[in-house]
Design a protein. Structure first.
Length: 77
């Protein structure tokens, strides 16, 4: 899952070669704006076959939080 997420982030945010860690902040460290965030969430939803509500997106600030969120959503299904 982590490698897949790395690929999604690289492609969506055009940050090829950037080493992602759990502490990597999506907006601050990867220079993502609100449109980038929408595109990233849509790509994650499609790849992992899930729905992420707008209210849930606001709590996802780092790559680690996104990984944790995907894991929780997969466990709910």
């Amino acid at each position: 899952m982590i490698e897949t997420l790395q690929n999604i982030v690289e492609e969506t945010l055009d940050v090829n070669g950037v080493k992602l860690t759990n502490e990597t902040r999506i907006i601050e460290d990867l220079d993502a704006d609100s449109l980038d965030m929408v595109e990233l969430i849509m790509a994650v939803e499609e790849e992992f076959d899930m729905t992420i509500e707008d209210s849930e997106v606001t709590s996802i600030l780092t790559i680690g939080q996104l990984i944790e969120f995907i894991g929780q959503k997969n466990n709910e299904q």
